[in-house]
Ligand binder design. Sequence first.
Ligand code: ADP
Ligand code: MG
Length: 307
Amino acid sequence: MSIPVKIENLEKSYEKVKALKNINLEIRPNELFGFIGPDGSGKTTLFRILTTLILPDKGTIRLGNYDVVKDFKKIRKITGYMPGRFSLYMDLTVEENLMFYARIFKVDIKENYELIEDVYSHIAPFRNRRAGDLSGGMKQKLALSCALIHKPDLLVLDEPTTGVDAVSRKEFWELLKKMQQRGITILVSTPYMDEAALCDRVALMQTGRLMSVEKPQNIVNSFSGNILTVKVTRMHPLLDELTGFDGTDRVYRFGDTIHLTTRRNPEEMKERIYHHLTEKGYQNIVVTQAEPVIEDCFLALMEPPEK
Ligand code: ADP
Ligand code: MG
C-alpha cells in the first residue's frame, strides 16, 4: 500500500550544530522522491528521524496517519531503511543476512519472496557467499532485499549507490523503479546529480534548510542564463584561468570540460573567451553553448551569483 509523508516544522540540533531548520515537506503516496545536497546538509538526520532512530527537537513527521514519535512501533513495521553503511553483517552469508532481517520482522521469507524477487534473484546464485566478499553493487542489492523483506509501504534509502560503479548504479535505479511500480513510496538521498533526474521530485538541501522542491525537468527549465562549455588541449590550468573572467557568474569543472555560466550575450562571450585563451597560448580551443542539465541548475541554486 502506498503511503504519504508529511513533515511539519521539523527541527533538530546536535550540541552546537543546527542540523535541520524548520523543514516542511509533503511527499505523495507512491512518489520516488530524491534528496540532494552537499555533505552535512541534514539528509541523514532527516532520514533517522523518519525511521524513528532519533527524536526531533520540534515539529512532526507523519506517515499516513502514524506519527514517527508516538507510533514508532507501527512506523518500524511499515518502513524499510537502508542506511548508508553497515546494514549488513559481513561475516554472515547472503542468505543468513536475509534470514536475520526476516526474523527481526517476524516474517516468512517464502511468503514475502515475491516482493524481493526482482532484487534478490541477482544475488541468489551467491547465497552461500559471505556478504563481506560481495562486490559493492551486490552488497547494495542484498541490503535492499533486507530492507524489503517485511513488505514495507515506505522505503528510505540513504545514499544507496555511493561508491558503487556506474553499471551497478544504473541497475539499482531500475530496481527502485520496479519497487515504485509495486506501490511503495521511496525516499532516496544521493550525491549523484544524474540520479536526481530519475526521481519524480527532488528536494535540494543545504546547511539544514530545504532550498527547493521541484520536478527535475522544472529545475532545468527555470534555469536562467547561458552555459558555455570550454575545452582546450591543456585543461589543467583552465579553471583558474577563467574564474572571475569578466561577464561570468560561475565557472566549474564539468566532466572533462569547464562550464561557465553567463547572463551576457553568449555569442559575444564565446568570442571574448576564445580571444583571451588564444592570447594566453592555449591550443585547440573549443567554446560552445550548451543546454543546462540538472547539475548546472543545482549549482546555480546552491550558489546564487553575488551580482
Ligand atoms: P548529510 O547526511 O546531508 O551529510 P547529516 O544529517 O549527516 O547530513 O549532518 C548534518 C549536520 O549535523 C552536520 O553538520 C553534521 O556534522 C552534524 N551531525 C550529524 N550527526 C551528528 C551527531 N551524531 N553529533 C553531532 N553532530 C552531528
Ligand atoms: Mg548523510
